[in-house]
Write a protein that binds this ligand. Structure first.
Ligand code: ADP
Length: 303
């Protein structure tokens, strides 16, 4: 952990200790006040009420402070992650360009360097798109100009692109059942839905380690809803963390430990897109090492 991380941890502990100490003092005063004044009814009632308010205020204040420190901790981690995500591909592109400029390389070698630079620029583009989309979906509640979007189209496209981007050739990411076009149509923003599904598929790949086996499925839920499920057999998520993963900037310790690159924005974007379309997203996992399933549920276009 870096020095600022350690300092922030100390601040949380300090605030928590101070809060707990003050609450204990207020509670002790309250008890002694009751013992002293139990005979004079009204004064006792007034005193108990004001102590209750005081203790409540202290509890709220402490909780608020701890939450704010945690938020600033996540902000810091986010800035660090984004800087890394922007600097790494840029540095790599610069290095390859300098190599191309200085050395006389064979055409094959030149193509190899150019391909790597294209991949790096795509990584840059993805990070920038992610930040822009987080800004866009963060404020508004509904999609601006909804159009009819065929989900089987979107799922096909995302699976195909993920396969290409990661150079998979053995069906590491596959559609569980292909549904005919036009079966599941929703009203919404195509680009946002593509970004949401891409995020889920990319995460499933990123958090699978070396053994990537991802299944994407499109299923009807009752009469009016449809679900896109993305299932992996990767590092899994503990039950306490299943809800937290959707918080903005939040990254699980396992992701940091395994040094999986990311910004902690992806799932908060998926959740915002789901809400903007009148749907929801949730995660399921049997625990660490047991894989995860993320499901994006959306209302079907009413006929
Ligand atoms: P990022 O992947 O950029 O860290 P996300 O918002 O997409 O950010 O995900 C938040 C966190 O949720 C990740 O850091 C990771 O710890 C966890 N997570 C997301 N998808 C999966 C998955 N399929 N399996 C295990 N953990 C996951």
């Amino acid at each position: 952990m870096d020095r600022t991380g350690g300092t922030r941890k100390r601040s949380v502990v300090l605030v928590a200790l101070l809060g707990a100490g003050l609450i204990a003092v207020a509670a002790a005063l309250n008890v002694s006040f009751i013992v002293e004044n139990w005979r004079s009814g009204l004064l006792l009632l007034l005193g108990v009420a004001s102590f209750a308010v005081l203790i409540g205020g202290l509890v709220l204040n402490t909780t608020f402070l701890i939450r704010e420190i945690r938020k600033s901790e996540q902000h810091h981690a986010f800035i660090h992650a984004v800087t890394h995500e922007l600097k790494t591909p840029l540095a790599s592109i610069k290095l390859y360009l300098q190599t191309l400029q200085r050395r006389d390389l064979t055409p094959d070698k030149q193509h190899e360097l150019i391909d790597t630079m294209l991949e790096d620029s795509e990584r840059l583009q993805l990070t920038i798109d992610q930040i822009l989309l987080a800004g866009k979906t963060g404020d508004a509640r509904r999609v601006d100009n909804p159009t009819e979007v065929d989900l089987s189209d979107i799922v096909d496209e995302c699976v195909l692109l993920a396969g290409k981007r990661h150079h998979f050739v053995n069906g590491e990411v596959r559609l569980v059942d292909r549904v005919p076009q036009g079966t599941f149509v929703v009203k919404g923003d195509r680009d946002e839905l593509v970004a949401a599904v891409t995020n889920l598929v990319d995460n499933a790949i990123k958090y699978s380690g070396d053994r990537v086996k991802v299944g994407v499925e499109l299923v009807r839920i009752g009469a009016r809803r449809v679900a896109i499920s993305v299932r992996d057999q990767g590092i899994g998520i503990t039950s306490q963390e299943l809800k937290r993963v959707f918080r903005r900037f939040y990254r699980l310790p396992a992701a940091l430990r395994l040094r999986v690159h990311g910004t902690g924005l992806g799932l908060s974007i998926v959740r915002a897109v789901a809400r903007r379309h009148g749907g929801r997203v949730y995660a399921e996992s049997r625990g660490a090492g047991q894989g995860s399933t993320f499901t994006l549920e959306l209302p079907l276009k009413s006929s």
